[in-house]
Design a protein around this ligand. Structure first.
Ligand code: SF4
Ligand code: SF4
Length: 354
């Protein structure tokens, strides 16, 4: 099995660009192929055999993350007929898989133990936390979108519809809730027990116990235990995972481990320059776009200010002109009265008396 383009770019980001830009360890574990994961990190187990396709997890995700309202309500189960994927405003979807009996599969970020997205991100806008979630910092993001290319599960989305400072978006594993000791929103709202959370070790032990106890119900495979070096989302299924639309061609090596052999032999400049130049280009394009928008805003503000100042000047001149006109009229009237008085003396008074 060869290395895909996604994996390759993720690896370049991890090995070549990070150190070259003076960034120590582009993701937790990304520079350490011995990384064994955070022992007490939180995980979620999705038992596909229990999922009833009710979309309560989608609705909970929408509520907890304050996402924009969808076009159709979460009660509308007809959407299950279409193959959907996550997007900028939808962090999780449930899809129905065609089978003799309906099978429902929930999709979201798998919160990899050594995430390819974080490895590819040379400004460390994505990072694996000790709590298990892979989190995103929009303040650091330069909008290069390498994470989208690197993710083997095709998860991160981009807010293309936002003109100013668009973000990369994906499932957060409800990291703020986990920090408060709560369960992720989807887990809390699942009425069928198809989603359970706990530490990764606990869930792996539980999943394998289920497989041993009900061998006729499950395939002997916990998806996510080893895929791409392991993920914090784990899955149990009654069908082979490739039959429910999940990739079984990823192998068990993490993104940084995949690059350790082949790329270490490549002179760094060969791998570095295309990525570096593309990254610099992406940064400069984003800066140019923001500068252009700021310039437009400054020009509009300056024009408005000039208009206001011109109006104020006109108003001052108009008042001054009115005052001067009034003074001139007063002067002329007074002069005319004085002239008239001089020509036409008071009754009983002769001109000689004057
Ligand atoms: S599933 Fe994709 S976006 Fe999520 S942590 Fe893994 S590489 Fe990153
Ligand atoms: S809430 Fe549970 S049962 Fe309902 S669709 Fe989501 S995972 Fe399946």
């Amino acid at each position: 099995m060869g290395i895909s383009r996604r994996k390759f770019i993720g690896c370049l980001g991890a090995l070549a660009l990070g150190p070259a830009m003076g960034i120590p360890g582009t993701a937790q574990g990304a520079s350490n192929k011995e990384f064994a994961g955070w022992p007490d990190s939180q995980s979620v187990l999705h038992d596909i055999t229990k999922c009833i396709g009710c979309r309560k997890c989608e609705s909970a995700c929408h509520r907890v993350n304050h996402l924009p309202d969808p076009e159709t309500s979460f009660e509308d189960l007809q959407v299950l007929d279409q193959k959907r994927r996550t997007d900028a405003d939808v962090f999780t979807v449930v899809n129905r898989v065609d089978n003799s009996l309906p099978v429902f599969v929930k999709t979201q970020c798998n919160h990899c133990l050594e995430p390819a997205c974080a490895s590819a991100c040379f400004v460390k806008a994505l990072k694996k936390t000790p709590e298990g979630a892979v989190v995103y910092n929009e303040k650091l993001c330069v909008g290069c979108r390498y994470c989208m290319v690197a993710c083997p599960f095709n998860i991160p989305a981009y807010e293309y519809h936002k003109a100013l400072a668009p973000r990369v978006t994906k499932c957060t594993m409800c990291h703020p809730r986990i920090l408060e000791g709560k369960r992720p929103g989807c887990v809390e709202d699942c009425p069928a027990g198809a989603l359970i959370s706990g530490t990764r070790d606990e869930l792996l032990a539980y999943a394998w116990d289920r497989i041993r106890t009900y061998p006729e119900r499950y395939v002997s495979h916990v998806y996510g235990e080893h895929e791409m070096g392991g993920t914090s989302w784990l899955y149990l299924s009654g069908l082979h995972f490739s039959q429910v639309g999940m990739r079984e061609d990823l192998g068990t090596k993490s993104a940084p481990e995949l690059t350790a052999g082949p790329l270490s032999a490549v002179p760094i400049v060969v791998g570095l320059w295309p990525v570096l130049l593309t990254g610099v280009y992406a940064i400069s394009k984003r800066k140019e776009k923001i500068a252009e928008l700021e310039k437009q805003a400054a020009v509009t503000e300056a024009v408005d200010q000039s208009k206001k100042e011109a109006q104020a000047r006109m108003e001052t001149l108009r008042k001054k002109w009115d005052q001067e006109k009034q003074s001139a009229i007063n002067f002329e009237v007074k002069k005319a009265l004085e002239d008239a008085a001089a020509k036409d003396p008071e009754p009983g008074q002769s001109k000689e008396d004057e």
